[in-house]
Ligand binder design. Sequence first.
Ligand code: ZN
Length: 691
Amino acid sequence: MPVVVRAACVFALALLAQTAQAQKPPPSQPPLWSTKPDIAAFERMENARLASVQRAIQQIAAVKGTRTIENTLAPYDEATRQLNAASYFSSLMQQVHPDAAFRDAATAMTTKVSSASTALSLNRDVYKALTSLEVSKADAATRYYIQRQLLEFRLAGVDKDDATRVKLKRLEDQLTTDQSMFDRNISDDPGIVAVTAVSELAGLPQDYIDNHKPGADGKIHITTNYPDLFPALSFAQSDGLRRRLWEAWTARAYPKNRDVLENMMQTRYEIATLLGYSSWADYNAADKMMGNGRNIAAFIEQLRAASRPMAEREFAMLLAEKRKTNPDAVEILDYESFRLSELVRRSQYNFDSESVRPYLPYNSVKQGILATAATLFHVGFRQELNAPAWDPAVETWDVIENRKMIGRFYLDMHPRAGKYSHDQMAAVLDGIRGKQLPEAILVCNFPEPTASDPGLMSYEDVVNFFHEFGHLMHHILGGQQQWAGISGLSMEGDFIEAPSQMLEEWMHSPQVLAAFAHHYKTGEVIPADLVTRMNRASAFGRAGEVALQNALAAISYDIYKDSPRDVELDAVTLREFRHYTLLVPLASDAHFYANFTHLGSYSSAYYTYMWDKVIAEDFFQQFDRTDPFAGDAPKRYRRLVLEPGGSMSANDLVKNFLGRPQNTRAFQQWMGEEFASEPPSEKPSVPSTRH
Ligand SMILES: [Zn+2]
């Protein structure tokens, strides 16, 4: 496939041209895996960081006389930097290390680090020291940092009596253990379906069939990892196969995670009530843009009303498609929506999503994503060849600006046994101006190119890739602050999906796609007409997707909005699927909560995705749709939204860029785009969760 090589080289040259004179990374900051630690060495590194945290805390306690930014906030921020680094590293190893024993050690370490973090958040001496800081001469970012930290201390319960603080500490530690367990149970359960005859794979792309040869038992094993699952749900003609895969996927980690989730709900309720809140949802919203639980419920209802009429229009088209083979059909089972959507795309939009994959081999896409980000953000990228990593597939890259290295990232992009099974960005190090370069990683599960297989991606994969890369750039560009505690994505948790969701729009641009989407065999540039049809087709189904995301947001809110005693998980899950979507859930969907990872990490804040989508579409209105790199919007955006990191409130970030608070006008327009322009088609209603 010489063409793939050529396309990749063009980008590599373009990137090199910008970066040939770049500085070497500072000797103090070697890549994460440079010492190739075994379990014992990993534990020593982590324990050394925890010891630094203790030293910094002692330094704060030892101050005599006036408390200053230098003698109090600086060591506090050092403790934060070390704690974060320890936490990032152990959480990452828990997700990606190929060896299960290492993952177990990392899981235990995550618990230990989190416990140290909780202890700091309940440390009354440190809290008092921060409250008595003289801040009148400090800059705005530093003052904001302190104010925010004091709020977090109070939310942790630092001003409660000793007995309550002991109890809170115990509950927080319990929560960490359960959260790790919840995630591990999901990644350890691949949800495999065995297929006896290759004929069952009819309809699937040839490369998919080639990649799924029968095993020693003569059966073909299909996992529910994304590269296995979603093509099967969209393309397999066998209804039985699609249904079995769906059931295997939604049953993962059940019943194990039922108990784990119930424990987390109980623990969180106890924490919230000890701190004077009536529910976890209220408590968890207190340091976010949303503010309280009532606002979450109101937002979900607002979106339901906004999306319902369009979702009904889309549903009618899906049902008409189903009636071509089942004339009496009156309902659509949720797993059927993928296949039906694909068929609607073909029949109504003249778009076959298979037709675009040959233009999207993994390596070209990767180079295209990097080149797009380089142009948009005015940076360069340079690969560090031969940097060691926990797996040979991992790549290490430098981010360069004005010949200086301003950050580093790692790409761990393909599925592996025991690895985290979704796609996400994770922080590796917080950036601190002049002190520590920001580092981050993408942990994804995209098709892996091999000598005989170009690793063709779906269009959705490409959009997801850029989405995750957007988080990564946000972490790095926002990682040039004075303090670790306001660096990168440290702002309110319900803002962080806005920048990434906005970037998804770049992957709809014919100009952007033409630069890297070249046919893996012929080298032909993706035809403009195909992109136009694809954009129309992918606009179809947005209202259904909003409805689905809303159902997930409602599940996430409902199980945390009250006393957990009153929550019946199976019933809540089915009820919200039925209430918010127009699809009929299978009985097995009742257990979906057991592998809904966000119920552990985001808890009641899954609404974040839709809340931020509203902001993202409002942001995108500031850019030129015909050329999203044009004008001063990219530079303004980088300066006003990304670079400040968490040094001001997210509401201020929004207002500084838009000149006003966000509203839903652009979002409404985005949702109905397929009906505004021309004929419709559907994006799969993915009860997949988002990152
Ligand atoms: Zn995301």
